[in-house]
Write a protein that binds this ligand. Structure first.
Ligand code: AMP
Ligand code: GLY
Length: 423
């Protein structure tokens, strides 16, 4: 069969690699893709938001199955656009992708269906938000309602910071229309865990857990980023946590979406915080995490096409997900200066030893220049990933493999997976 993957990051590279391992697949296209994806798929220069062109391409090439990796097109209704033309596509429809697209929607859903999450209030009016803050307990968390590249969350330690945050989000509109509505929520503490799942509208199957490292610098310092590295599984995701989430969070979310007339088909990413009062939902995403996919998918034994098709066909109850009994660690190699400002266009070398079995080099911001060299083309450049017998083994191997790669201004965190030592 012919498969089209939509997106261009490390997550989409990991998806393409899993797809390439399916014996059912003859040909992969990726729009727009990147230099690493180009080694597995034919990259097509169409942007992820160009729905009409993507649909026309899928029809012209007689694509059998399309996989949407990114949040923006999902929230914008790309799945509806494909389905309207009778094309088979993996991902939630627009009315379900709102689970990620609107934080106010997801908080209201959790409240209505008693799914554990931080207490909150929602505001459309900045004056009312500021009045509310006068009596609120600090620290407090402000969230722009809509998609903001993962940057629309402000943790405020003082009333002054919080009032300034309301200005930033609702009045200065730093995140655009995403800030028309705002959620103000209780500050929680605890360890964070990412749990990805496949969902077919009714049934949910959980993948192996993971943990991200969102801050730019060692010791969780510096600015928030898209993610500087991951490990899987999380040793803090214990059988007790799993049992709690299965009872109160996972199926409850799927049932709530169905009850609202918004059946969810695709991947739900549960951002969880393990608080003293038990696990609570920090956020939902309507897609694989990046760089969570890079440590979870290489460990999945199932044929990814079988699983994704079961999500679209509503037959996920007949599948059993299986993961290797090992671990994986991904260390992101970024350009010095990310996430603020950085240079691009430097040649990258050292890809030879990655075998796509135990060592993986997932491309995020890379391109091919006119001379045919692979060069840096973004803030997050590569996700160097290794599998090992356990987390410590995987971490040692992943860091060893980061040394194989050379490019100017190469930057990484040196403490990805440090939490493993505390488990
Ligand atoms: P989100 O985009 O909602 O996942 O938020 C980004 C990050 O902000 C999370 O990964 C947490 O580290 C932090 N965060 C979000 N909500 C809260 C909260 N209620 N309490 C503490 N930290 C939070
Ligand atoms: N790694 C966090 C995310 O994909 O949203």
């Amino acid at each position: 069969m012919k498969v089209l993957v939509v997106g261009s990051g490390g997550r989409e590279h990991a998806i393409c690699l899993s797809v390439s391992k399916s014996p059912r697949v003859d040909k992969i296209y990726c729009a727009p893709g990147n230099a690493g994806i180009g080694q597995l798929a034919e990259c097509v220069p169409i942007g992820a938001m160009e729905f009409d062109r993507l649909v026309a391409f899928a029809k012209e090439k007689e694509i059998d199955f399309t996989i949407i990796g990114m949040d923006d097109p999902l929230v914008g209704g790309i799945v509806d656009a494909f389905e309207a033309e009778g094309l088979k596509v993996f991902g939630p429809r627009k009315n379900a992708a709102i689970l990620e697209g609107s934080k106010a929607f997801s908080k209201d859903l959790m409240k209505k269906y008693h799914i554990p999450t931080a207490g909150y209030e929602r505001f459309d009016d900045p004056d009312k938000a500021i009045a509310y803050l006068q009596t609120a307990k600090m620290p407090i968390v402000l969230k722009a309602d809509g998609l903001a590249l993962g940057k629309g969350v402000l943790i405020c330690n003082t009333l002054e910071e919080a009032v300034e945050g309301v200005h930033t989000i609702m009045m200065d509109k730093k995140f655009g229309d995403a800030g028309n509505t705002m959620v103000i929520e209780e500050f929680m503490t605890g360890r964070e865990v990412s749990v990805l799942s496949f969902v077919d509208g009714k049934t949910i199957q959980i993948m192996s857990s993971a943990q991200d490292h969102k801050r730019a610098g060692d010791g969780d310092t510096g600015l928030n980023t898209g993610g500087m590295g991951t490990f899987s599984p999380s040793p803090f995701y214990t059988p007790e946590v799993d049992a709690f989430c299965k009872k109160y969070i996972y199926q409850a979310t799927v049932d709530a979406m169905a009850a609202e007339g918004r059946p969810f088909q695709g991947v739900i990413f549960f951002g969880l915080m393990l608080t003293e009062d038990g696990p609570k939902v920090l956020e939902y995403n309507a897609r694989f995490g990046d760089p969570e996919a890079q440590v979870v998918l290489p460990r999945m034994k199932n044929d990814i096409i079988d699983v994704m098709e079961a999500c679209v066909d509503g037959t996920l109850d007949q599948m059993q997900l299986e993961f290797e009994d090992n671990a994986a660690v991904c260390v992101v190699l970024a350009s010095e200066g990310y996430p603020v400002s950085y240079e691009k266009g430097y040649e990258i070398t050292g890809f030879e030893r990655f075998d796509n079995e135990n060592y993986f080099c997932f491309h995020a911001g890379t391109a091919r220049n006119e001379a045919g060299q692979i060069v840096t083309n973004g803030g997050r450049v590569l996700g160097v990933t290794a599998k090992g017998d356990d987390l410590k083994d995987a971490r040692a191997k992943a860091y060893a493999a980061t040394e194989w790669i050379s490019f100017a201004n190469k930057y990484m965190r040196h403490d990805i997976g440090k939490a493993i030592d505390e488990a």
